[in-house]
Design a binder for this molecule. Structure first.
Ligand code: FMN
Length: 133
């Protein structure tokens, strides 16, 4: 979620591109801390000891410690019921197989989180979507 009060919101509208970094479960506490301050006040890379890495197709940096990084271009901003929805197109994707922690986490929206659990392999059923696997 982003709003005009966020530095990221203004940067996204100005540059029309961004990186969505997906942290592993080992970075959960750090992610919450990063989500509770603003880049307008702190240099988040320095404060949270994150490594900016060169992206292939956008100017925004990747986060070296993230599990995955998605380089995106802003396609459209839609106004829906007083809220704003950003439509992004992924132009490059990175996965970091060297991270020991490969689980991701999911916010429930009330300050609590799920961490990935059991993995279920249904690749044999994905007959229509061979390109995805
Ligand atoms: C766990 C978590 C919960 C968040 N909840 C909200 C929220 O309720 N409302 C909101 O506007 N942003 C929420 N955010 C987004 C962050 O506040 C925001 O993306 C970021 O801190 C803004 O930093 P910036 O000013 O550098 O862009 C949340 C982020 C995290 C990680």
């Amino acid at each position: 979620m982003l709003g005009p009060w966020d530095c990221s919101y203004r940067a996204l509208l100005k540059t029309r591109e961004c990186v969505l970094a997906i942290p592993g479960a080992d970075l959960l506490a750090k992610t919450v801390a990063i989500g509770n301050c603003s880049g307008a006040e702190v240099d988040k890379f320095a404060e949270y000891k994150l490594t900016p890495c060169l992206a292939a197709k956008v100017k925004a940096p990747l986060i070296g410690e993230a599990l995955k990084n998605l380089e995106c271009k802003l396609i459209k901003k839609l106004n829906i019921n007083g809220g704003e929805l950003f439509v992004l197109q992924g132009v490059a994707a990175w996965h970091n197989p060297a991270r020991r922690e490969q689980r991701t986490f999911h916010a429930k929206g009330d300050g609590t989180f799920f961490i990935d659990g059991r993995q279920v392999n249904l690749r044999s059923k994905m007959t229509r979507w061979q390109d995805c696997i």
